[in-house]
Design a protein around this ligand. Sequence first.
Ligand code: R5P
Length: 274
Amino acid sequence: MDFGMKNRLSRIFSPKTGKTVMLAVDHGYFQGPTTGLKDMKNITPLIPHADCLFVTRGILRNSIDPRIGTSVCLRVSGGPSILGELSHEDITTSMEEALRLNASGVGMSIFVGAKNEDRTIANLGRLVNEAERYGMPVLAITAVGKEMVRDARYLALACRIAAEIGAHFVKTYYCDDFHKVVEGCPVPIVIAGGKKIPEMDALLMTENAIKAGAKGVDMGRNIFQSDNPVGMLKAAKAIVHRGASAKEAFEIYKGSKKSATAEIERVDESMEKV
Ligand code: R5P
């Protein structure tokens, strides 16, 4: 592995812990203005608390302050919307663009077992070929169609294929027996959060995934749809980087909710005095 590749990976995975808390805000690329991402300004206060931002070029160019210290992993695939056949995805963003945007990684979805699995897996191969010319890490995302069961057998198959084709790290969903998914995959795995669930459940899922060998999270809705997104990021970081339990992390989430509320009340009070 050359310097550029290692350097970029160290902007995603903390060199101290080897793990990462990525904030996924790419949902609009096929879902449109998702709840929590309608106004991308809401994301601004969250960014400093994440190790890496997973985002499309359109949002990066239009809604993100270029002076952020957080690294960027660029979603470079797309095509179909939620109204179409999702597995028809192709590569939408060039490597030149990823380099110009100073991305530390690029990510795309593969659809194992879906209509166009071969096309998406071949696309991953092409993306890896090109990315490696420039020392750019590739994240493969194992998208799961409605007809697929999110169990260890299926997810291990999808993650292993992604690694065999050359992905440098993989994003997948948490499931029972997750250690089996990790054991079969020779590159780091991060988990997506999936649909919004109660905060404690999302933190428990994170704890279980880390204990089973995941190297972090690339979480979206369970962060930005929470009533305290910064608190959830801090809580996830405590689990991922410090090995905190979900119970301990939940206290961090609750605590920073109180301090956020206190800050809002303080500002409201001082506004009343003006
Ligand atoms: C989905 O295809 C997107 O890549 C999301 O970034 C990913 O699912 C993570 O977001 P969430 O935690 O909301 O599932």
